[in-house]
Write a protein that binds this ligand. Structure first.
Ligand code: X8Z
Ligand code: ZN
Length: 615
């Protein structure tokens, strides 16, 4: 299974490309790709090898994307079978190329070839070993986990609820018995049966990773960032230590307001927050409980979900609005085929993978989005997020195949989030006609609080998802301790507790899409930091003088052109160079998110004076 699709062509969705075995064999022979190693390969051999690999992988990628699209928009035993077969063959092909690339290790090559070989060697998410049957077994398990997650239903109040139905209730329910029932219910129906499959998948992927020279699959995942894997782990820790004080303040403030609303029997004044009270199934973004924690003496001035509903928005109008935003800074509109082929609401007649993703199916601008949008502030954000992937895919589509990827997967997730930071500003919403007047400065703290509820807890959540997987892949977390280790991380970073004791068979990590779907998650941790860096840089370029949270680069084509210049680089250069191309900065810096929320941070400190903030 290769990273390419996971990270770029179909972010956050079932990855992988394919290879028809025969075709692959022919191509590889033709290009000398898997030919027996010559004694002393030359630079010319390396160039031949890369040309062959790029051509073959490009074709397989399209085949796999089409199989994956059909499966994701119509899950049946047959589409699962087709996808698993496509996946297995693509994995075999890519593993062979990745191994073969090592033949050229000792050669001094030009910069482009050297980078292509470097990227090819780490281009898989879940490698399989060359043992016969290994890739098929891995692909079968992956398809099963995906299906378990995407088709789970919970019976509640005489209705059979999908995940999106449950999320919709959790968003607005203020009845702690109901939130608990839904929170526990989702975990009971989606995940416990996954545990055995997950453990086996870990073994198989580790076997594949070791064959490629990585200690385990987590080490492979940490090697995607143009630095040694151990340095990347240290980097995430140091970025977290920059954000942690802000999270702690927000946590303390929210806990006090929940305690006030629900009383100590539901939410004690000290210790962890009850995970089901935060308006989101994974407590990863808390914006939906803004009404509970809003400042007492100042108002944001509007409610975006209510405004969208009042103005008759539907899924199509939300997606068009997002597309218009990108056009305003100089991006081409989504192609006509996007509107014909995308799936933007949940079909009622079949099972689908509802979790949103954005695709470039053929690598030649067959751009699509697959999502089950509802008319909410959450999905207004998600539409901008997904189109960001499409805009990136198109921007780098002129690069050679091995560079047709984002600078890193955190960049990929940050593009649309950067757009949404602009598109959520009151000035812009007023331009859209969604609100009648731009609220005055008294609305800044409420606005920043609303933004912080969505943008700060995700950092804590993102760090635990992949710390858990890194531990699982390294063997430090054994299957017997899967769930306990998960809750130790939740307690340590998110400082949350379950609403009641967890059953012995619980597999709570599996109740999150990206675990069931094997989509790496450190990308969202990085994105949450990059997006504020991009935003700060864009606002500087635009000459913005006011409070950062009010800056909007809507219609600013000059900033848009410079932004596109970064995206066009794809993965052709190490990510610090891409970052510098737009921002002038050469390193990821949590200073930007801290700057953005600085006024709120001071306000939270004042609010927290009246209650103890210790753990
Ligand atoms: O998975 C997503 C996107 C698709 S790449 C909808 N996100 C993460 C999540 O839902 O957990 C966006 C924010 C975090
Ligand atoms: Zn995404």
């Amino acid at each position: 299974m290769i990273r390419k699709n996971a990270a770029s062509r179909a972010p956050g969705c079932r990855p992988w490309l394919t290879a028809v075995g025969l075709l692959a064999a022919l191509l590889m022979r033709g290009a000398g790709a898997a030919a027996p190693a010559a004694a002393e390969p030359t630079a010319a051999d390396a160039a031949d090898f890369l040309a062959g690999a790029e051509a073959a992988l490009d074709r397989e990628n399209e085949y796999l994307n089409r199989a994956a699209w059909v499966q994701a928009t119509d899950i049946t035993s047959d589409t699962n079978w087709l996808l698993a077969k496509a996946n297995a063959q693509a994995t075999d092909l890519t593993v062979r190329y990745a191994k073969e690339a090592a033949r050229f290790d000792h050669l001094k090559l030009d910069e482009v070839s050297a980078r292509k070989l470097y990227l090819l060697k780490q281009s898989l998410v879940l490698p399989a070993s060359s043992r016969p049957g290994a890739s098929q077994a891995l692909a079968d398990i992956a398809a099963r986990l995906d299906t378990d997650y995407s088709t789970a239903k919970f019976s509640y109040s005489g209705r059979l609820l999908t995940l999106d139905d449950m999320e919709d209730i959790l968003r607005t329910s203020r009845d702690p018995q109901e939130t608990r029932t839904l929170w526990e219910g989702w975990r009971a129906v989606s995940a416990p049966q996954m545990k055995g499959d997950y453990a086996r998948l870990v073994e198989l992927a580790n076997e594949g990773s070791r064959e490629l020279g990585y200690a385990d699959t987590g080490t492979l995942w940490r090697s995607w960032y143009d630095m040694p894997p151990q340095q990347f782990a240290a980097k995430t820790d140091s970025l977290w230590s920059q954000v942690e004080p802000l999270y702690a303040k927000l946590h303390c403030y929210v806990r006090a307001r929940l305690n006030e609303k629900y009383g100590p029997a539901v939410q004690p004044a000290a210790g962890p927050i009850r995970a089901d009270l935060l308006g989101n199934m994974w407590s990863q973004s808390w914006g939906n409980i803004y009404d509970i924690v809003a400042p007492r003496n100042a108002s944001m001035g509007y409610d975006l979900t209510a405004a969208l509903v009042a103005h008759g928005y539907d899924a199509a109008k939300i997606v068009h609005t997002a597309d218009d935003w990108y056009q305003s800074i100089g991006f081409a509109p989504e192609p006509a085929t996007f509107w014909q082929r995308s799936m933007i609401t949940r079909p009622r007649d079949r099972e689908v993978i509802c979790h949103a993703s954005a695709w470039d199916v053929d690598g030649r601008q067959d751009l699509r989005v697959k999502a089950c949008f509802t008319v909410t502030a959450d999905d207004f954000y998600t539409a901008h997020h997904e189109l960001g992937h499409n805009m990136y895919q198109r921007a780098y589509s002129d690069q050679p195949f091995l560079f047709e990827n984002p600078a890193n997967d955190g960049f990929d997730e940050a593009i649309g989030d950067f757009a949404a930071l602009n598109a959520l500003t009151p000035d812009y919403l007023k331009e859209l006609g969604l609100i009648d007047r731009v609220p005055g400065p008294e609305a800044d703290i409420p606005y920043l609080l609303r933004m912080a509820l969505d943008k700060v807890p995700i950092v804590a959540f993102a760090i635990i998802v992949d710390k858990w997987r890194w531990g699982v892949f390294s063997g430090q977390i054994t299957p017997a301790r899967y769930n306990d280790a998960w809750w130790e991380l939740v307690d340590k970073y998110q400082r949350l507790m379950p609403p009641g004791p967890r059953p012995a068979d619980a597999f709570d990590p599996g109740a999150k899409f990206h675990i069931a779907n094997n989509t790496p998650y450190a990308r969202y941790f990085l994105a949450d930091i990059y997006e504020f860096q991009f935003y700060r840089a864009a606002c500087r370029l635009a000459g913005w003088q006011g409070p950062l949270n009010r800056c909007s680069i809507y219609r600013n084509r000059e900033v848009g052109a410079r932004f596109q210049a970064m995206l066009k680089l794809g993965q052709s250069k190490p990510w610090p160079q891409a970052l510098a191309a737009f921002s002038g900065e050469h390193d990821i810096d949590a200073g930007a998110i801290i700057d953005y929320f600085a006024p709120l941070s001071a306000w939270l400190e004042r609010q927290n004076r009246t209650h103890a903030c210790s753990r």
